[in-house]
Design a protein around this ligand. Structure first.
Ligand code: ATP
Ligand code: MG
Length: 420
């Protein structure tokens, strides 16, 4: 189950051993750029609309994103759990969402008993917390997980940006007073900024005021600007925060700085943070006696990030007409080593990179140079090293960044130092 463990241990791979292959042609039934590129490069496979298999290269990316999020959420006290997908109808009846939630998948067993496939996990985490927590001294606490969510999305046309089954990090915080909640909410907001920065989309991701429903004035979305976005945001030119369409319709001024000058952009919601107040603790009657022995209602916040959506967003933001351009922090490998013709030099460098713990995909296949270059471009690993007769004659290996056009010849003995 723990992908993170598997993939942090495997740092190198021979492309000849990779069971997936790249596909040259555009796919007829895919309109989104992220799905086109990810499928053609062998990162994901489409099982049906909105449902994807994550293949070795794609799973490596997903795992890196997962580990960035895990590290940052652990730093703000999150305790990781793994809650079930299959959930009892009774809990969903209790909160009213069995009938109110349009995109809820409902399943029935042969005896006619009904279940929900979790689209989110408040109905599980609240009764869970309630079982273990019985003193005000236990507050605050924070529970999170990485888990597949199921939602009956009608418009599953955006590739992995909008799955019917998709991976989410969901964090839930529990508090006994508003002030404590606010402190944590601010901490979570800072943590989200760090996460998006580390994942390479920080500069394009805007903290965005959204409506908080009937329970609090605002919630916040984290919106990444790209033409592929389904949402529209209005970025305040004065303070750099944004407001979503709904809030824009209700206000002329920026809720943060009172600015009135906005620019409009398409964006993808990669995450959000939300004040739930007592919305889910009340139906479960989750109360705790405080110092004075008086009953206090537990209040909550919830904090989501769609990992598969984030991965698709990175593709939408970083690609060119040849393929994907991964930021180093989430790339499947750091280096794509390509040998042209049989040469021992490439094998040696492959061994050296392994020794130095530098992640490398080694294209040792017997295919044409043209195919190797085209594959390297679509796969989009940040550094490409080519070892050929030509490069050796020129004095070493040819090193090129995927994000740049120019390559340079590096002496083989200097290569590792250059890549570290
Ligand atoms: P949207 O408005 O895009 O449908 P949402 O408001 O339903 O999103 P939440 O329920 O708050 O989203 O889920 C938390 C996070 O999960 C979102 O910020 C997004 O990153 C991700 N997410 C939501 N729906 C999907 C989906 N169908 N596929 C992939 N990721 C999703
Ligand atoms: Mg939704």
């Amino acid at each position: 189950m723990s992908k993170s463990l598997i993939y942090s241990n495997i740092k190198h791979m021979r492309q000849s051993q990779l069971f997936t292959k790249t596909q040259k042609d555009a796919l007829k039934d895919e309109v989104s750029v992220n799905a086109q590129l990810l499928i053609r490069a062998g990162f994901v496979d489409k099982l049906m609309a909105g449902v994807y298999t994550f293949l070795p290269l794609g799973l490596r990316v997903m795992t890196k994103i997962e580990n960035i999020i895990r590290e940052e959420i652990n730093k703000i006290g999150g305790q990781e759990v793994f809650m079930p997908t299959l959930q009892p109808k009774e809990s969903w009846m209790k909160t009213g969402r069995w009938d109110a939630m349009d995109d809820l998948y409902k399943v029935k067993d042969t005896g006619g008993k009904e279940f929900a496939l979790g689209p989110t996990h408040e109905e599980v985490v609240v009764p869970l917390a309630q079982k273990y927590i019985n003193s005000y001294k236990d507050f605050p606490f924070y529970i999170y997980q990485f888990q597949n969510k199921f939602r009956m999305e009608l418009r599953a046309k955006s590739g992995i940006l909008r799955g019917r089954e998709f991976l989410m990090k969901d964090l839930y915080s529990f508090h006994l007073n508003e002030e404590d909640f606010n402190d944590y909410y601010e901490k979570a907001a800072k943590t989200y900024e760090k996460i998006f920065q580390r994942a390479g989309i920080g500069d394009k991701t805007y903290k965005t005021f959204a409506s908080g429903g009937s329970f609090s004035k605002y919630s916040h979305e984290y919106q990444t600007v790209t033409p592929a976005g389904e949402d529209t945001i209005h970025i305040c030119n004065k303070c750099g925060l944004a407001i979503n369409e709904e809030i824009r319709a209700e206000t002329e001024t920026c809720p943060n700085c009172k600015g009135t000058d906005f620019r409009k952009e398409k964006a993808i919601e990669v995450g959000n943070i939300f004040n739930l107040k007592n919305k889910f603790t009340k139906p479960f009657d989750f109360k705790i006696k405080d110092e004075k022995g008086e009953d206090k209602e537990v209040i909550m916040g919830c904090y989501g990030i769609g990992l598969s959506r984030l991965m698709g967003t990175v593709v939408e933001v970083y690609h060119d007409d040849k393929g994907m351009i991964w930021p180093e922090s989430v790339a499947p490998f750091k280096v794509h080593l390509i040998s042209l013709g049989k040469n021992e030099e490439a094998e040696k460098i492959y061994a050296d990179l392994q020794k130095k713990n530098i992640e490398v995909l080694f294209d040792d296949r017997e295919v044409t140079a043209g195919q190797k270059f085209a594959d390297a471009d679509i796969i989009g690993i940040p550094y490409r090293i080519v070892i050929s007769e030509k490069s050796l004659q020129a004095g070493g290996a040819e090193l090129k960044k995927r994000s740049e056009d120019e390559s340079e010849i590096i002496k083989i003995k200097d290569l590792i130092e250059k890549l570290k």
